[in-house]
Design a protein around this ligand. Structure first.
Ligand code: ZN
Length: 200
């Protein structure tokens, strides 16, 4: 299954930034892990980081929903990635939306030194607004892959992460108990219904 991956320089000496983005349950982490595994198969040294606040499943692994995981290092902020990156060819970063904007500069600097940087993150928050540093990351990336979930109401491609719970803050960690992938039509319908209910 090669169609999601761009032809990157496999000699590992030319750095680049790749971003894998989409809604929740769209397979971002699975695609990140797949690319990192392939780099490992090619004999390249790989390192993976994720923000320490995302500890939904495990402290030290990037875990995807299908349970394929790769050991990762949780970091408190983006600059820690620069400090902790050793002599590697490929750096993976998961849940990039939770970092502040300095992650953009960090990715650029890693790529400038010849590292292939593969970043996965949510493109939009639960309100459908661009999430944190993701727009800027998409702007500086050489390659962008947008993956989709399946709408749980109609079966079309979903791009929204609809929050089923009442919490209002942007960052609420959760899985299918809290979020539901929806297409544009179903998302808009639900938002409209909720607004109507609030008015009653
Ligand atoms: Zn739908």
């Amino acid at each position: 299954m090669d169609f999601l991956e761009n032809s990157v320089d496999s000699t590992g000496k030319r750095g680049s930034v790749e971003v894998i983005t989409g809604s929740m349950f769209s397979g971002k982490t699975e695609e990140l892990i797949r690319r990192l595994r392939r780099a490992q198969f090619a004999g390249l040294k790989v390192e993976i980081f994720k923000p320490s606040l995302d500890t939904r499943f495990s402290e030290t692994r990037v875990v995807s929903h299908d349970d394929k995981s790769i050991v990762s290092t949780p970091v408190d902020n983006a600059s820690a990635i620069l400090l902790l990156t050793g002599d590697v060819s490929v750096v993976g970063i998961d849940e990039a939306q939770f970092f502040d904007n300095s992650i953009v500069d960090v990715c650029s600097r890693l790529a400038d030194t010849g590292i292939r940087v593969i970043v996965a993150g949510l493109d939009m928050d639960f309100m459908g607004k661009p999430f944190g540093p993701m727009p800027a990351l998409l702007a500086i990336a050489e390659f962008i892959t947008k993956v989709h979930a399946i709408c749980m109401r109609c079966g079309n491609l979903a791009q929204y992460s609809f929050r089923k719970s009442e919490e209002e803050q942007i960052v609420v960690l959760g899985e299918k108990d809290k979020y539901e992938p929806l297409c544009r039509t179903c998302y808009n319908q639900l938002i409209r219904n909720n607004l109507n209910n609030d008015e009653k």
